[in-house]
Write a protein that binds this ligand. Structure first.
Ligand SMILES: Nc1ncnc2c1ncn2[C@@H]1O[C@H](COP(=O)(O)OP(=O)(O)OP(=O)(O)O)[C@@H](O)[C@H]1O
Length: 336
């Protein structure tokens, strides 16, 4: 659906060249919600803006729905862009125009007549739940309602792809949730491919199928959201996951331990099995639970337990081997 092939985006500044995107290759499948995560300055905006050529890549190719955007003329690109909608953190609505006119603008630009515009705008307002706000001005809307207008405008010309540039970063948590469920609904009902960039792991946890983590212009890790949460590999990814799962233990708690401290991750149905109590029954070890909870990543359970094991060294080794066999996911976070 979207193929990003060795894309580099370099900015020329008075102080020299700055790399925004550093040789990124990525494939995004049709109908998926794909998240690009990273801290400020990682290159997320540069990359997402390359996808519809708002930023022209310095080198590399972008192909959307079989069309190589990087090879199109300006006129062809304008045409192709109608099939790639985009929404923004700060909405960018025209304040002197009503909700209707803001959405109609995208249709007028695509050459639709009055009757077509009237019909389409009504459908879109219905879809985003704003039929009663048709004739009001943006200043009279809440942030969430403004973003709904942004979404309606982005969908006006039936795009196949929706790009979301920090679309919920200016919204409070409950409004964020309602916008994310609207995005999920349009992804399901319209089969739209959604690419979003965010620095919020909560957003990713809520709606993304797959994610890529960016740092210094590069993709450092990529995979299914569940797998990334269950088994993050890079330190930055681990930090992102910890920021939402809150699994940091105070240092002093680890210092006072006598036995090894292990972190067990239970995936899917394993989260609901009594593995910890089985271990304590079968081996001569004592378990001191320091932390534990079950998170649900899009309804699939992910259990994380941190515990200290005390007992004979060989019994502890056998107990750990047993947990590895049952869960395949144990990390010793502090040695005895
Ligand atoms: N127009 C520009 N001119 C010069 N440098 C730029 C420009 N846009 C981005 N950069 C630089 O490219 C790098 C990546 O920036 P980018 O905005 O893509 O990151 P980001 O992850 O989206 O961060 P943020 O969320 O803060 O926007 C940064 O070093 C930034 O300073």
């Amino acid at each position: 659906m979207i193929v990003i092939d060795k894309v580099v985006k370099e900015y020329k500044t008075r102080k020299g060249n700055v790399i925004g995107v550093d040789n990124v290759s990525l494939e995004i499948n049709k109908g998926e919600i794909f998240g690009i995560v990273g801290y400020s300055g990682a290159g997320k905006s540069s990359l997402i803006r390359c996808l519809n050529l708002l930023e022209k890549p310095t080198s590399g190719e972008i192909t959307v729905d079989g069309v190589k955007l990087t090879s199109l003329s300006d006129r062809e690109l304008r045409q192709a862009r109608q099939k790639i909608g985009m929404i923004f953190q700060h909405f960018y609505l025209v304040s002197s125009k009503t909700v209707f006119e803001n959405i109609a603008f995208a249709l007028k630009a695509a050459g639709k007549d009055k009757a077509q515009i009237e019909k389409r705008v009504s459908e879109l307002l219905e879809l985003v739940g704003l039929s009663d706000k048709r004739d009001v001005y943006p200043a009279q809307l809440s942030g969430g309602q403004k973003q709904r207008v942004g979404i309606a405008r982005a969908l006006a010309n039936d795009p196949n792809v929706l790009l979301c540039d920090e679309a919920t970063s200016a919204l409070d948590p409950s409004t964020t949730k309602s916008i994310l469920s609207l995005l999920k609904k349009i992804n399901k009902e319209l089969g739209l491919t959604i690419v979003l960039i965010t620095h919020e792991m909560d957003v990713v946890k809520e709606i993304c199928d797959r994610i890529a983590v960016m740092q210094d212009g590069k993709i450092i890790e990529e995979g299914q959201v569940y797998d990334i949460f269950a088994n993050p590999k890079q330190p930055l990814t681990k930090a992102f996951i910890n920021s939402v799962l809150h699994f940091e233990l105070p240092e002093h708690l680890l210092e006072r331990r006598q036995g090894p401290v292990i972190k067990i991750t239970f995936k899917g149905s394993a989260a609901e099995e009594a593995i910890v109590s089985d271990v304590l029954q079968q081996f001569k070890v004592k378990g001191n639970i320091l932390h534990g909870k079950i998170e649900y990543i899009q309804s699939v359970p992910l259990g994380i337990f941190i515990m200290e094991l005390n007992g004979e060294k060989t019994e502890i080794e056998k107990a750990i081997a047993y947990i590895i066999e049952r869960t395949n996911n144990v990390e010793v976070i502090a040695h005895a």
